[in-house]
Design a protein around this ligand. Structure first.
Ligand code: 5AD
Ligand code: SF4
Length: 478
């Protein structure tokens, strides 16, 4: 067996971007016969924090565990293997994970044989690793975002040696194809189109935790979508930190618009994508979304701030005027398009007036939904060197004010659906009421509805009878 030493991350190395070509590996992952049996009669419990990229990584982790004969449990008390796939985007995400790692210490006390692994973005930061090494001795295995395919070998190493096994690489990253996947949903699938990010927005840790932008080859993406269609999937979401720059690293120009057109031709019922970036969003996208009925009329376009000076300090590379221009063009071409966005309040030096510019932008765009965050300094990012000079009370008040403004438009936007028919992809029965089904409309509105002969995965027509701020109620017609 190979000797796995402790390999620790470094944010300094993670920052590097060279011209080194991106390697595509197709046979990096392999399981020996003994690894295929390692999980026999053992149960795993997996907890996923954070964004869709993490959700998709967890599907790979489960695919690997399945091939190793582990079975799943939703009760961590009966697990032989615990895995936490973590998020580092904001301080509160990190604190939540540490709190929960702390709580599960008692499981180890009860059963010292339990194996505890932590992976994902958080462990790409050296401060996290130091904390785990010094304080959280219950963690046995740590692996990063670049070496999920190594999980079998790391597990085997720990089980055989009982030595803490920490392997985290701070590298630009490769594209690793052909990893197993166990999809969590039978009708909706995530499809990675690229990994990493080169934008280095000044507040953001992602370019450090996920490495350089690496696009998957178009053919690999299209093959995956075709396979999903054959398997009966109704909806796919193309995933990347900045989908609009898809293909730049492959020498493509306007690669994402081209990719979308090709994906649309496969005729899967619903195509979504996330996350878009106003800087790289090409205007050809307006026509591509308009001309392809299976590209859903919904766009998540993070603006972050409605003030140009703050956008400049954030290193976002666009102005409020550009954002509005994209918004106007899309609304004009696709009148029923729904919009959501991300916004940060309390970025260093943000004045009350600058914050009010964000409120004004919300008045202009009348977003259907927004994720609003309090700025959280991330060690190693350029903004962490700015003085975080807005007190928490002020930040919280801005958060609340902005949330209220967004809710007002959320409700107003939903009003126009009253007595109208929307198409809903059925997710299943509502958790609260057995008679009620739920799913999302093409515009990504959550719809709860009643009716007969409804199956998960169907696309049904629902007459909207009641409006709420963040959802709508209705009845299936015919
Ligand atoms: N503080 C607060 N919010 C952040 N985001 C990213 N980094 C930070 C940070 N340091 C938000 C941005 C991004 C979303 C995914 O998370 O709004 O679009
Ligand atoms: Fe972070 Fe900016 Fe990249 Fe989005 S585009 S992941 S906010 S650095």
């Amino acid at each position: 067996m190979e000797n796995i030493s402790i390999k620790l991350p470094s944010l300094k190395d993670a920052k590097k971007r060279t011209r080194k070509p991106i390697n595509i590996y197709r046979d990096l992952y392999e399981l020996s016969e003994s690894l295929k049996k390692l999980g026999e009669n053992k149960k795993y419990y997996l907890r996923t924090y954070g964004c869709q990229a993490n959700e998709r990584d967890s599907e790979t982790i489960v695919g690997i565990l399945d091939e190793m004969s582990f079975t799943k449990t939703d009760d961590y008390n009966e697990a032989d293997l615990l895995i936490f796939n973590t998020c580092a985007i904001r301080e509160n995400a990190v604190n939540k994970v540490f709190g929960e790692i702390g709580q599960l210490k008692r499981l180890k006390v009860k059963n010292p044989e339990v194996v505890f692994a932590v992976c994902g973005c958080m462990v790409q930061e050296e401060i996290t690793i130091e904390r785990i090494m010094n304080t959280y001795k219950q963690v046995d295995i740590v692996f990063g975002t670049h070496n999920i395919h190594r999980l079998p070998q790391l597990l085997e190493n720990f089980i055989n040696t009982k030595e803490r096994t920490i392997e985290v690489f701070s590298i630009e990253g490769d594209v690793i194809e052909n990893l197993p996947v166990k999809r969590f949903n039978k009708y909706k699938a995530w499809v990675n189109i690229m990994y990493g990010c080169d934008k280095f927005c000044t507040y953001c840790i992602v370019p450090y935790t996920r490495g350089k932008q690496r696009s998957r080859l178009m053919k690999d993406i299209l093959d995956e979508v075709k396979e999903l269609k054959e398997q009966g999937y109704k909806e796919i979401t193309l995933l990347g930190q900045n989908v609009n720059s898809y293909g730049l690293d492959l020498g493509m120009e306007d690669g994402f618009a081209t990719l979308l057109e090709e994906v649309a031709k496969i005729n899967i019922e619903r195509i979504r994508f996330a996350t878009s970036h106003p800087r790289d969003f090409s205007l050809r996208m307006v026509d591509v979304i308009k001309d392809n009925k299976n590209i859903m009329p919904y766009l998540h376009l993070p603006v972050q701030s409605g003030n140009n000076e703050i956008l400049r300090l954030m290193g976002r590379g666009y102005t409020v005027e550009r954002f509005k221009m994209i918004y106007d063009k899309l609304k004009e071409a696709i009148p029923n398009i729904a919009f959501s966005t991300d916004m940060i309040v309390g970025f260093p030096n943000e004045t009350r007036e600058q914050f009010e510019d964000t409120l004004k932008l919300v008045d202009y765009c009348k977003f259907d939904f927004a994720f609003i965050f309090i700025y959280s300094p991330r060690a190693g990012t350029p903004a962490a060197k700015f003085i975080d000079n807005i007190d928490l009370k002020e930040k919280s008040e801005r958060l609340q004010e902005l949330n209220e403004r967004v809710a007002k438009y959320g409700n107003l936007n939903n009003q126009k659906y009253l007595n109208k028919v929307v198409k809903v992809l059925v997710d299943g029965k509502s958790k609260r009421n057995d008679e009620v089904y739920s799913g999302y409309s093409e515009e990504n509105k959550l719809v709860n509805f009643t009716g007969k002969n409804i199956k998960e995965g169907d696309i049904v027509e629902v007459l909207i009878t009641e409006i709420k701020s963040w959802s709508m109620n209705g009845e299936k017609i015919n």
